[in-house]
Design a protein around this ligand. Structure first.
Ligand SMILES: [Zn+2]
Ligand SMILES: [Zn+2]
Length: 134
């Protein structure tokens, strides 16, 4: 018996596709399926660490970006430019920034085990599947 590299269900060794998730195996999948459990576990740990670093970086980028936007806004107000075209440009930049952050959030802030959204940055365990996420 081996684990399906996609859904991790235990399946027979010589199948062409997974009976659980219906994924058809490629040669690379077969290589993965030959790996001993410990290597799979190490690989998963790497994945978890990388996902955590990406979430932290996204959090920092959000803080810096929001800070810079706020600073620009304050500067425009300070110099009495709050009625100028700069204000519209800043508004567009802010909307794009929020859109990109939201997209990245949906893409990166997922549990590496169950792929569901995790609504918080801290914490050691996924609130959905209870597995380690950092
Ligand atoms: Zn499968
Ligand atoms: Zn999870």
């Amino acid at each position: 018996m081996v684990n399906c590299p996609y859904c991790k269900e235990l399946i027979g060794t010589d199948l062409d596709s997974c009976p659980f998730c219906y994924h058809t195996f490629t040669d690379r999948d077969r290589e993965k399926m030959k790996e001993p459990e410990i290597e799979l576990w190490n690989r998963k740990q790497e994945e978890v660490k990388l996902a955590y670093r990406q979430r932290v970086m996204l959090f920092i980028a959000t803080a810096i970006g929001a800070g810079l936007l706020y600073l620009c806004f304050m500067l425009l107000m300070h110099f009495g430019l709050d009625d100028s075209v700069w204000m519209y440009i800043l508004a567009v930049v802010a909307v794009v920034f929020i859109a990109v952050q939201t997209y990245l959030y949906y893409k990166l802030c997922r549990c590496p085990h169950c792929d569901r959204l995790i609504y918080r940055n801290g914490g050691d365990y996924c609130k959905w599947c209870g597995k380690n996420i950092r």
